[in-house]
Design a binder for this molecule. Structure first.
Ligand code: S3P
Length: 435
């Protein structure tokens, strides 16, 4: 599917993005481990989270949609999982594959996970290493252990693990394995990554302690089933906010969006760039802070971003690059080498895309340098099977001259089904789907 986008008139209104992807994955997985029936409201029915839900079914868990964005999971503890009859296909979902590798590592069975072309290129050595230290065996292709990967689980022992990168996927895989390990499992992060696994484990009754960057899971916890509401995804909301900031005379409200401090790096970066953003209606949903964010058209200034901020805005960096093309001065994004191993090499993809649209952008090993403001011009661009690249291209197309055609835009459903409709709700008229 192609999207054709042209420059937009003013955007206005209030929208709620769909449920948070990271929280939806975790809610399904942890409910499967809990004993009893859990109800997950606001579950994100995107391709990635549906892959996780189907994988749990393949592993013998009763997971059923019981209404719009509502999932019922009948968990029965680790004992209820059974060896799947065939390979489990995780589609495009790196989070799903990595978290489930951790989950099955403690169960005496053999599970093989595959994925699409993009996922088949992504490194699983970062998961294999700690799981093997704990006593599981993980086989994949080549040195970086790319999928298909086979996990042979069994008796695990707790470890103290220092991941070389700040990755919530790695941390979560180790903690999930730790649930069925003997002894304590400790993860010491180099910088804070999203902490939804820790929060949810605690809320479900696990014996877990968090001391700054050190997380300790004590053995023997049984998780409690229950009801959980999934807040709206800030990483999806970010595109709607960016549209509000960039399109002339706009005022956009994004409501009930996740404001967990491990996910708000993008908002902090935008504040540094003098974006006009305001947060109101703060409250808590299922142990996570949420609020409404207002964005109005802003004159942006360039900024320099690196260090601990990067993992807290990792998925928003492609979009930040689009915003930087409109900011006065030179924006530097560094310490972001992890973007090279996402759904595509996002540093290369954004440098290529924005250059094609006339931006002044240079790619570095671990980041991007962008000088603005530049008037972007429409171009035909390829989404490279990466949902966040595709949505970033749409926002760039909103402020470009002429027509921007995004090829391969169906990948947007990976994380944000209904993206085009949400933009239309805000008044975007010049966006249409083409075969
Ligand atoms: C995710 C963690 C991040 C992020 C991904 C979702 C998660 O990946 O990029 O979209 O839900 O744990 P890393 O932890 O590998 O950086």
């Amino acid at each position: 599917m192609k999207l054709s986008v042209r420059s937009q008139g003013p955007l206005s209104g209030t929208v709620r993005p769909p449920g948070d992807k990271s929280i939806s994955h975790r809610a399904a997985i942890l409910s499967a481990v809990a004993e009893g029936v859990s109800r997950i409201e606001g579950f994100l029915e995107c391709d990635d989270c549906l892959s996780t839900a189907e994988a749990l079914q393949d592993l013998g868990v009763n997971v059923e949609p019981i209404g719009v964005n509502t999932l019922e999971v009948r968990g029965a503890g680790f004992g209820a999982f059974r060896e799947p009859k065939s390979t489990i296909d995780m589609g495009n979902s790196g989070t799903g594959m990595r978290l489930l590798m951790g989950l099955v590592a403690g169960i005496p069975m053999e599970v093989t996970f595959t994925g699409d072309e993009s996922l088949s290129r992504r490194p699983m050595d970062r998961i294999a290493e700690p799981l093997e230290m704990m006593g599981a065996s993980v086989e994949g292709r080549g040195e970086r252990v790319t999928p298909p990967v086979t996990v042979s689980g069994g008796d695990l022992k707790g470890i103290t693990y220092h991941p070389p990168m700040a990755s919530a996927q790695v941390k979560s895989a180790v903690l999930l394995a730790g649930l069925s390990a003997e002894g304590e499992t400790r993860v010491v992060e180099p910088a804070a990554s999203r902490d939804h696994t820790e929060r949810m484990l605690k809320a479900m009754g696990a014996d877990i302690e968090v001391d700054d960057l050190e997380i300790t899971l004590h053995p023997g916890s049984k998780l409690r089933a229950g009801s959980l509401g999934v807040p709206a995804d800030i990483s999806s909301g970010a595109f709607l906010l960016a549209a509000g900031l960039l399109v002339d005379d706009s005022e956009v409200f994004v409501r009930e969006v996740l404001l967990n401090p491990t996910r708000t790096g993008f908002l902090e970066a935008l504040e540094q760039m003098e974006a006009k953003l305001e947060v109101s209606a703060r409250k808590e949903v299922s142990g996570e802070p949420v609020g409404t964010i207002r964005a109005v058209t802003s004159d942006l200034r360039a900024g320099e971003f690196g260090g601990e901020l990067i993992p807290r805005m990792i998925d928003e960096i492609p979009l930040l690059a689009v915003l930087a093309t409109q900011a006065e001065g030179t924006t530097l994004i560094r310490d972001a080498g992890e973007l090279r191993v996402k759904e595509t090499d996002r540093l290369r993809a954004m440098a290529r895309l924005l250059s094609a649209m006339g931006a002044d952008v240079t790619e570095h090993d671990d980041g991007l340098k962008i000088t603005g403001p530049t008037k972007l011009r429409g171009a035909v661009v390829d989404a490279e099977r990466d949902h966040r690249v595709a949505m970033s291209a749409v926002i760039a197309g909103f402020i470009a001259t002429g027509e921007t055609v995004i090829e391969g835009a169906e990948c947007i459903d990976t994380s944000f089904p209904g993206f085009v409709q949400k933009l239309q709700e805000l008044g975007a008229e010049h966006i249409k789907e083409e075969e």
